[in-house]
Ligand binder design. Structure first.
Ligand code: AMP
Length: 290
């Protein structure tokens, strides 16, 4: 496994691989890797000849009051996980390598970035799209793997790749959870014991909504209220949103009449947590089926 920190070195290495006829699989991350990231690497390893993981905490996607400085980092442990997943190249640039200018050129995603998480994180998806556009140009033609844990991010990146014609196939991967159901996240490390128990309420809210839909509920506002009041019933949780939206446009649905994305976000202690599931009309949870 090679650790590279310079953009030009990654581009040169991957161009050489492609010239030799090898397919590149790419997994962008912000590090502090866990089994959720591992599952993306695992799939990339199975479907490609060369696997590249980027580890870069992207300042552009953090708001002024967010946790950029506190974001957890552990490069040694990250490199061990990459090694054990059979990764070939880890790209770990510093901020000046990625953004040499004080006022970087950025990508604007438009309306899709103002929904769901965009309401409380203005500019977040512009920051995500900017770094992913750069990373796609650094990795070159490849398959790129993203988790459905960040459902809105996946929608934004699929749009980005299509709209700006990146020669990249975007692959969505299922959410990996702790045994008790909590979606794995680097930010779970912020949770104290009682908050860790509280955090389970996000998945519980999604499960109750899925069960209600299975029982015939079709009214999106009622399903949102069900999820929202479940989350708000936990004293240590502060609801951000509970939404029932179209899986592609992320527009609010009124009545369920096809696949729907159920998405929730809440602050628990210092952590802002998100979770989601996709439901079919039968009410069967189909996380990751779209
Ligand atoms: P991050 O390091 O949080 O930016 O995440 C990097 C990639 O890993 C993104 O595509 C995430 O959606 C994905 N990811 C993070 N957590 C999970 C999880 N629990 N299950 C599946 N994918 C995940």
């Amino acid at each position: 496994m090679r650790l590279l920190t310079r953009i030009a070195d990654v581009q040169r290495a991957l161009d050489k691989e492609r010239e030799a006829g090898r397919r590149v699989g790419f997994v962008p991350t912000m590090g502090f890797l866990h089994a959720g990231h591992g599952s993306l690497m695992h799939r990339a390893r199975a479907e490609n000849d060369i696997v590249v993981v980027s580890i870069f905490v992207n300042p552009l996607q953090f708001g002024a009051n967010e946790d950029l400085a506190a974001y957890p980092r552990d490069l040694d442990s990250d490199l061990s996980l990459c090694e054990s997943e059979g990764v070939d190249i880890v790209f770990n640039p510093d901020v000046t390598e990625m953004y040499p200018e004080a006022n970087p050129f950025t990508v604007t995603v438009g309306e899709i970035g103002t929904k769901l998480c965009g309401r409380t994180r203005p500019g977040h998806f512009d920051g995500v799209a900017t770094v992913v556009a750069k990373l796609f140009n650094i990795a070159g033609p490849c398959r790129a793997y993203f988790g459905r844990k960040d459902a809105q991010q996946l929608v934004v990146i699929e749009r980005l790749a299509r709209a700006l014609n990146f020669p990249v196939t975007v692959v969505g991967c299922d959410i990996v959870r702790e045994p008790d159901g909590l979606a794995m996240s680097s930010r779970n490390v912020y949770l104290k014991d009682d908050e860790r128990r509280t955090a389970l309420v996000l998945k519980r809210a999604l499960d109750e909504a899925t069960a209600a839909i299975g029982g015939g509920e079709r009214d999106a506002r009622r399903i949102e209220r069900l999820m929202g009041s479940r989350i708000s019933s936990e004293p240590l949780a502060k609801l951000d949103y509970a939404a029932v939206v179209d899986t592609e446009t992320l527009d609010d649905l009124e009545q369920l009449a096809g696949p729907a994305l159920l998405a929730v976000a809440a602050w628990v202690g210092k952590a802002r947590l998100i979770d989601n599931t996709t439901v079919t009309l039968q009410g069967a949870s189909s996380e990751g089926s779209s």
